[in-house]
Every structure is written in structure tokens, then in C-alpha cells.
Design a protein around this ligand. Structure first.
Ligand SMILES: [Zn+2]
Ligand SMILES: [Zn+2]
Length: 387
């Protein structure tokens, strides 16, 4: 049985995971980490290609003459924060920490690599994709732009994230949207400055901006289907220097999240139009810069049902659960899912009440989930590329 064999790797997987944990590297700086990954894959007999989008690595293994192919992705970057766990294998670098468990994601995929390389019980090509820069700057997009899927064709792609708060070893699945899109909109409002005592001679951008902020509150509450939802947050509103000066400009930074690609486009249109019309109604001008960030993470139905069947076989029905609502966080694997069918799913890290969540300075990946995580990858490869 796959899981029993992989249980024999546990000690070495823990060593790999804690070594990476102690040496965290931020987005696109994952040089040590990607060298470690490449070395491990080479020893196992994979064809290894490094330097994809900088620090990305793909390990490919082909068996038999089958033309099917599958891509499994792990992210490698750490976060710019200081670890507070006090663990013996804590980050050795102040201000950098594996607080999202990407150290565990790497170790789990390397555990699967070892199993599939040793057993070679499949027909087709496995591409193990080790991606830089998941947090914030889009390493997945950079790898795609660097020809990922042309160089390493994948019929489908899969990725998994650890989930504190869910029982250890449980799988969490959802066809359709799994995580939110995350976009940002910067607005500069240009009014006419002047003396605070003579407002009638000015166009006050503080008042215009305040009106824009209030109007934006109606976008989600009045214009988007409440059963679909979304989030519009004005996270920054900056203007002025003193109580007796009406400034020339005001700046807004707006964060926008939602759970469907259609609503994402609706929100963009509504927000831009609302800002323009509000500003114009006061006789002011504005510049709007709308930045698309991570898309909605959308799982294709067939591939999600495939993962479900693999997870059920591995973990049993009591350990495979449907996620009722998508997570409001976002994930750049969404870019890969825009290119290929596939599924992003969760692996429970333990539901103890005091277990810190992702991005917490006391977070640590739960090593007792390493075997289960490696086993689902190995199982998935054998089933997807069955003889
Ligand atoms: Zn994260
Ligand atoms: Zn993460």
C-alpha cells in the first residue's frame, strides 16, 4: 500500500522539511531551495530543468509509451515576517519565515517523487512543478510566461495547500470556485486646493473622496447577487497636510475580491464607472489604475471528482469533505487553472484550538501530515496515468 511505503520515508521527509524551514527564502529568491529540490529530483532519476521564471524547477519522469501527462505543483517561497515558534529548527534568517507551510508542500511532493521514481508504476509523463513566489507576486504566471506548459505539456494540473483548523490528514474539496480573485484599484482624485476658510473657491478632493468611499459601499451590498458576493475594501485614503489647507489631491487604494470570473468583470466595470461619475459630479477629475491580481481559483468538475475518488480511496469517506463556501483568500495556482483543467484542494493540518493559522508568527507545518500528503500525490499519479 502506497501510504505504508511512504511512511518509511517519514524521517527523511521531516529532515527535508525542517531544513527548508530553517532556511526560508522570499519570492524569486528561492536559490538554495530550488537547488535542494533539483538535487533530490536528480538523485531519484528525474529529468530536471531549473531556472524557469528564475528559480522555478520542473522534474519530469516518463514511463512506458503512454502520451498522457500530469502536472503537480508545489510552491517554494517564504514570507517576510519573523518567526516566533522558538522551535529548534526555527528560521535562521530574521524577517523571513515559512509561515504558510510551503516547506511542507515541497517535502510532500518530494516524498511522492521518491515513491513514483522507485515504483515507476504508471504510463505517461509526470511533471513535478516547483514554483517560486506564490505569495503576492505571481510565480505561477511567471512560469507560464516562461513556457511552462509548452515545454512540459500537462493534460491536467493539481495543487494542494495545508489547512490548519481541519483535522490532520483530511481532504477538503470543491468543484468550481475554491478561492477568491484579488485585484487592486488605485484612484487619484484631482480637485482644486485652497484655503480651508474659503471652500467655495476650491474643489475639495477630501469631500469627493469621502463620497466615493461611501458610494463604493453600495457596489457589493446593492448591485452584486448576494448569493455570489464579493468584497470591496478601501484600504487607504490619503489626503492633505493641515486643518487649514484644502489639498489638491486625494488618493484611494481599493482592494477587490470575489468568487466568480463574471462577477470580477462586473466589479471592475461598476467600480470604475462609479468612481468616475462620483468624481465628475463634484467637478473634479480622477485617474484610475486597475490592476488585475490573482484570478478566481476555479476547479474543473471532472478533475475535482477525480481527486475526490483518489482521496476517498486513500483516506476513506470520513476524511474527505466538501468545502461549502470558497475561501476569501487567493492563490496564484489560479493562473495555471486558467490554462489547464485541474483541481486545487486542501489537506487538514490538525484542528486543535490553539493551532496557529497560516501567516501567524507561531505557525508550523504539521509533520504528521507529510505521509498523507505524499501519498495522495503518488496515488493521484498512479491513477491518472494508469496502465
Ligand atoms: Zn500564504
Ligand atoms: Zn501558501
Amino acid at each position: 500500500m502506497i501510504e505504508q511505503t511512504i511512511a518509511g520515508y517519514l524521517e527523511s521527509l521531516v529532515d527535508i522539511r525542517r531544513d527548508i524551514h530553517a532556511h526560508p527564502e522570499l519570492a524569486f529568491e528561492e536559490h538554495r531551495t530550488s537547488a535542494l529540490v533539483a538535487d533530490n529530483l536528480r538523485v531519484l532519476g528525474f529529468d530536471v530543468t531549473g531556472g524557469i521564471a528564475g528559480t522555478g524547477v520542473v522534474g519530469s519522469l516518463k514511463c512506458g509509451s503512454g502520451g498522457k501527462s500530469v502536472g503537480l505543483r508545489a510552491d517554494m517561497d517564504a514570507l517576510p515576517m519573523t518567526e516566533a515558534t522558538g522551535l529548534p529548527y526555527s528560521s535562521t534568517i530574521p524577517g523571513k519565515m515559512h509561515a504558510c507551510g510551503h516547506d511542507g508542500h515541497i517535502a510532500m511532493l518530494l516524498g511522492a517523487a521518491r515513491y513514483i521514481a522507485q515504483t515507476r508504476d504508471f504510463e505517461g509523463t509526470v511533471n513535478l512543478i516547483f514554483q517560486p513566489a506564490e505569495e503576492d507576486i505571481g510565480g505561477a504566471k511567471a512560469m507560464i510566461d516562461d513556457g511552462l506548459f509548452e515545454r512540459f505539456p500537462c493534460d491536467a494540473v493539481f495543487a494542494m495547500h495545508n489547512l490548519p483548523g481541519k483535522p490532520c490528514g483530511e481532504f477538503v474539496l470543491r468543484p468550481g470556485s475554491f478561492m477568491a480573485s484579488a485585484d487592486a484599484c488605485s484612484v487619484t482624485i484631482r480637485g482644486k486646493g485652497g484655503h480651508g476658510a474659503m471652500p467655495h473657491l476650491t474643489v475639495d478632493p477630501v469631500v469627493v473622496g469621502s463620497s466615493v468611499v461611501m458610494a463604493l459601499q453600495t457596489v457589493v451590498s446593492r448591485r452584486i447577487d448576494p448569493l455570489v458576493g464579493g468584497v470591496v475594501t478601501v484600504g487607504r485614503f490619503s489626503a492633505g497636510t493641515s486643518s487649514n489647507i484644502i489639498p489638491e489631491t486625494a488618493e484611494l487604494e481599493i482592494g477587490i475580491r470575489c468568487f466568480s470570473p463574471e462577477v470580477r468583470e462586473q466589479l471592475r466595470g461598476m467600480i470604475c464607472k462609479m468612481v468616475e461619475e462620483q468624481v465628475a459630479s463634484f467637478g473634479a477629475q480622477c485617474e484610475i489604475a486597475y490592476d488585475y491580481g490573482y484570478p478566481v481559483t476555479v476547479n474543473s468538475v471532472a478533475e475535482t471528482e477525480f481527486v475526490r475518488s483518489v482521496a476517498l480511496e486513500l483516506a476513506g469517506p470520513g476524511n474527505v469533505h466538501e468545502l461549502l463556501y470558497p475561501f476569501p483568500v487567493s492563490e496564484d495556482f489560479a493562473f495555471m487553472l486558467n490554462e489547464r483543467p485541474g483541481c486545487y484542494f486542501g489537506l487538514g493540518m490538525g484542528d486543535e484550538p490553539d493551532r496557529p493559522w497560516l501567516h501567524d508568527p507561531c505557525y508550523d507545518f504539521n509533520d504528521s501530515c507529510l505521509v498523507r500528503g505524499s501519498a495522495i500525490w503518488a496515488n493521484l499519479v498512479q491513477r491518472y496515468l494508469a496502465h
